[in-house]
Design a protein around this ligand. Structure first.
Ligand code: C5P
Length: 223
């Protein structure tokens, strides 16, 4: 049988975008296919972890052996994350919208010829990664954040690791064709330093990361 170093461990993974409604037919969102997060959820499950995948709207099928919880907004994602605790491992790949619409319209906003466009008032969404990383009895042992950057990738990632309070940070340069594509290249930042993982498939990145997580957590102590 395949080795299952994460058997008996619970993991939660967030993936995809969130949609913040403007009215019943329009929304605000970040660009995200969900592919990297789905691949990580699948890779953790292959190593034996019990995985809850908390997903915003994507076109992807739930990976085998993974429990998927589908959400739409950032606030729903936050509630689903905290409902999935306790978990030892948290991998936060979702591209959560930074803002939500303060007062979404319950009816479709009409576009009238010559009319003035509506003004959208925004409110900040909860920072799920920062909330989950805050010390507390339910804090997962290993919280991994993601950072999509288009410039100064390493520098911004170091800042983000410190600011969010997570344990590891996976930084990717999304200035090229990474978004929605099949491949990724990353910088893995841990308290021990940083490593560059050159361009490879999102599945290969996921397999490497899951292996690294298993090594970091070590053998499970009985009881
Ligand atoms: O601040 P920024 O969005 O660049 O941070 C990216 C990291 O934080 C990702 O791991 C993302 O999933 C997480 N995040 C979050 N909730 C937010 C914003 C980002 O969990 N509202």
């Amino acid at each position: 049988p395949a080795p299952a170093p994460l058997r008996g461990r619970r993991a939660l993974v967030t993936a995809g975008p969130t949609h913040e409604p403007i009215d019943p037919v329009r929304y605000l969102a970040n660009r995200s296919s969900g592919r990297q997060g789905y691949a990580i959820a699948a890779a953790l499950a292959r190593l034996g972890a019990q995985v809850t995948l908390i997903s915003g709207p994507t076109a992807l099928a739930a990976p085998a052996g993974v429990e998927r919880v589908s959400v739409e907004t950032g606030r729903q994602m936050r509630d689903a994350v905290f409902a999935a605790l306790p978990a030892e491992i948290a991998v936060m790949t979702a591209a959560v919208a930074d803002w939500r619409i303060a007062d979404p319209a319950t009816d479709k906003i009409k576009k009238r010829p010559g009319g003035t466009p509506p003004e959208l008032r925004l409110l900040p969404n909860p920072d799920i990664l920062a909330e989950l990383s805050a010390p507390g009895p339910d804090r997962p042992r290993l919280v991994i954040g993601f950072a999509a950057e288009t410039s100064k990738v390493g520098e911004n990632a170091r800042d983000k690791l410190a600011r969010k309070g997570c344990d590891w940070l996976v930084a990717n340069d999304v200035s090229g064709d990474v978004m929605g594509g099949a491949d990724n290249a990353i910088e893995l930042l841990t308290p021990q330093g940083s490593e560059h993982w050159s361009r490879r498939s999102k599945e290969a990145i996921a397999t490497m990361l899951a292996g690294r997580i298993a090594t970091a957590l070590g053998p499970r102590t009985p009881g």
